[in-house]
Design a binder for this molecule. Structure first.
Ligand code: ZN
Length: 63
């Protein structure tokens, strides 16, 4: 609830620990990144790291 006060300008990108880079390729001086998926606010990063996993969980959950 109280996390809604974040400013839209401060996107948090996903840091891929396997490639040691920002998932969406962002490299600006003001970028922020995290290894924790729940803290990511960049939609491009979310799509990149979330899509394959969601698909796998979907396949396993269907029965
Ligand atoms: Zn990003």
């Amino acid at each position: 609830m109280n996390a809604q006060s974040q400013t839209p300008a401060s996107l948090v990108h996903f840091y891929d620990t396997r490639t040691h880079a920002i998932a969406c390729g962002e490299s600006g001086p003001d970028r922020r990144s995290t290894k924790h998926p729940r803290q990511v606010t960049c939609q491009s990063c979310v799509a990149l790291f979330d899509a394959p996993r969601t698909h796998a969980e979907d396949a396993g959950a269907v029965s």
